[in-house]
Design a protein around this ligand. Sequence first.
Ligand SMILES: O=c1ccn([C@H]2C[C@H](O)[C@@H](COP(=O)(O)O)O2)c(=O)[nH]1
Length: 134
Amino acid sequence: MNSRDVALVSTATFIGALASAFAYHLFSSSPKKQSSRIDSSGNCVVSGNRSSQDPYDSSKRKGYLSWDDYFMAIAFLSAERSKDPNRQVGACLVSQNGIILGIGYNGFPRGCSDDKLPWAKKSKYGDPLETKYP
Ligand SMILES: O=c1ccn([C@H]2C[C@H](O)[C@@H](COP(=O)(O)O)O2)c(=O)[nH]1
């Protein structure tokens, strides 16, 4: 493993850890007060009361996630779906008026199996077909 490989693995590990920590913070910090369920359309709905605001206080919750952090969190979380052992890339495409247009990660197209792809970056025998690079 050369220094570039070490840098890539370190960066991927760091980003993965960051995404995990952020997702943990979002979804697991108050497990007793939150719940998630799959609704009738198959969407995952997370709901809960994470802060203990006075029940008579009619003001809206403070400290809620900004739109930018929300979209970035979706991108970080999406990257966690990647099967690539060396680099996980997530994306959340948002229109100028804040509508999510698409979400993705570096994975195979729907319906294509990734079971047989060699995920190695290098081939021991110099055969590019033994690596993920075509
Ligand atoms: O803009 C990008 C750059 C990279 N990817 C993906 C494609 C591969 O799964 C990896 C690249 O692996 P390396 O080990 O860094 O060559 O990252 C992407 O989806 N989008």
